[in-house]
Design a protein around this ligand. Structure first.
Ligand SMILES: Nc1ncnc2c1ncn2[C@@H]1O[C@H](COP(=O)(O)OP(=O)(O)OP(=O)(O)O)[C@@H](O)[C@H]1O
Ligand SMILES: [Mg+2]
Length: 425
């Protein structure tokens, strides 16, 4: 079998997100599988386990649900390995979780009865700010998995923004990747321009925070505490305003037209914001521009403000609006390159997946339009902003395309940070 034929079956993509791990072979087509990037460490001293047999050291996936009864110790035992895409050096429990989900993902797709199978060509993707030791650990993990299972023939790792650029076949662009926990703004010119990366400590999780506050204010204080419900409500009712003040005026004048109501599937509960439905525009604005003065009163009442945090040697900024962030990143690049970068701004990640109900068009806008407006407001006119086709999965797709295209004979180089680490000939 030729290399191309082999890879057409056995190229495997892996996107390590702060909240989700997206994985699967090339044969998945458009959509990978998804599991939460988290693990639970059961308390092995529990008497129950002495009676029923010890559980595994770390539990992942749906099985976690069975352990959620023990509320008090949840925070300590439920480990989300990545903070803003970064695992702290020496955080051994975090690496255990990553190893376990990776093993699960690869096992999940082990081909049945194919004698030609000799392991996957795995292309994994990490945050653009992931330090070098994360690459080393991830290579080690794949090696260890392969030793026990024969599932990995070779592995390579690419930064998430590069994967997005590849998935859209655009060698020169600015990628804005906004997931649940954080946002990376990364100019790409063949390769990510590392010194120009602007990282934000903000993502879909912050939109959840303001949604929770809105639910609380509307009298749903119990539901406001349930993360999954809050997220569902956010995705169902959140809107991005073209101009926040105008949108609020319009919605207050015609509350029926802007009414936000959602039924929670499988329950008798309907959440209805009624006359407060104008607040749905706050959710979208907050994602793009938390600096709007209207949010001051929410911070004053205790909603956590997105803070600047330093993780490793990267400063993740809290409050920068997305327009400012793009401009800051572009302006760290050579002047001659800047116009080309503005001409291709690519948005990816679930936090850009806001929809526009047709009847509210003009007042509510999509993410690409909002970014264009924020840039124009700051004097950048000649821009083109495009939304990734499957924003949650474009990193994974880029991994597949890269893994398929890069020749197996290309060896990993630590200087260039590209090529394959091979475990077998
Ligand atoms: N239709 C939607 N409208 C608004 N937000 C959405 C929608 N669909 C998904 N999201 C949000 O996108 C976020 C998840 O995005 P994504 O899957 O890209 O994150 P991730 O890759 O796990 O995290 P990260 O990239 O931060 O490491 C969640 O906050 C989710 O609520
Ligand atoms: Mg992501």
């Amino acid at each position: 079998m030729s290399e191309a034929e082999y890879k057409r079956k056995y190229t495997f993509g892996e996107d390590y997100g702060t909240s989700f791990y997206k994985f699967g072979p090339i044969t998945c087509g458009e959509r990978p599988e998804v599991i939460e990037n988290r693990g639970y460490f059961p308390d092995e001293s529990m008497i129950m386990f002495q009676l029923m047999g010890k559980p595994r050291e770390v539990v992942i996936g749906d099985e976690i649900a069975q352990f959620l009864g023990a509320r008090e110790e949840l925070a300590e035992r439920l480990v989300y390995p990545m903070r803003n895409g970064v695992i702290e050096r020496g955080d051994e429990r975090a690496w255990r979780v990553v190893e376990e989900i990776t093993r699960y993902g690869l096992e999940r797709f082990r081909p049945k009865a194919d004698p030609t199978f000799d392991g996957f060509f795995v292309c994994a993707s990490l945050s653009a700010v992931a330090p070098r030791y994360m690459y080393e650990r991830l290579f080690d993990i794949h090696k260890r998995i392969d030793e026990g299972t024969g599932l990995v023939k070779a592995v390579t790792i690419i930064p998430q923004p590069l994967a997005v650029a590849i998935a859209h076949k655009t060698p020169t662009c600015v990628v804005v990747e906004s997931g649940h926990g954080n946002t990376q703004v990364c100019p790409v010119s063949r390769y990510p321009i590392r010194r120009a990366i602007v990282a934000l400590n903000r993502g879909g999780g912050d939109a959840n925070a303001i949604t929770s506050q809105i639910l609380y204010d509307a009298g749903y204080s119990d539901l406001a505490k349930e993360e999954t419900i809050v997220r569902m409500v956010k995705e169902a009712i959140g809107l991005v305003p073209r101009d926040l003040d105008e949108a609020i005026r319009a919605a207050k004048a015609e509350p029926e037209r802007f009414r936000a109501a959602v039924k929670i599937p499988g329950t008798r509960i309907t959440i209805d914001l009624g006359d407060e439905s104008w607040a749905r525009f706050l959710i979208g604005e907050y994602v793009f521009n938390p600096g709007h003065e209207i949010f001051q009163s929410y911070f004053a009442r205790g909603m956590p403000r997105p803070r600047d945090v330093k993780i490793g040697d990267v400063l993740f900024r809290g409050m920068l609006d997305f327009g400012e962030a793009i401009i800051e990143a572009v302006e760290m690049c050579p002047v001659e390159l800047q116009p080309y970068l503005y001409r291709k701004v690519l948005l990816s990640g679930g936090n850009f997946q806001w929809s526009v109900p047709p009847e509210l068009e003009g007042i509510a806008v999509d993410s690409a339009t909002k970014i264009k407006l924020l840039l124009r407001e700051k004097g950048v006119e000649d821009v083109s902003v495009e939304m990734a086709r499957e924003p949650k999965f474009s990193v994974w797709r880029g991994c597949i395309i890269y893994g398929y295209a890069v020749s197996a004979s290309f060896k990993w180089s630590w200087d260039r940070m590209e090529g394959w680490v091979r475990f077998r000939p």
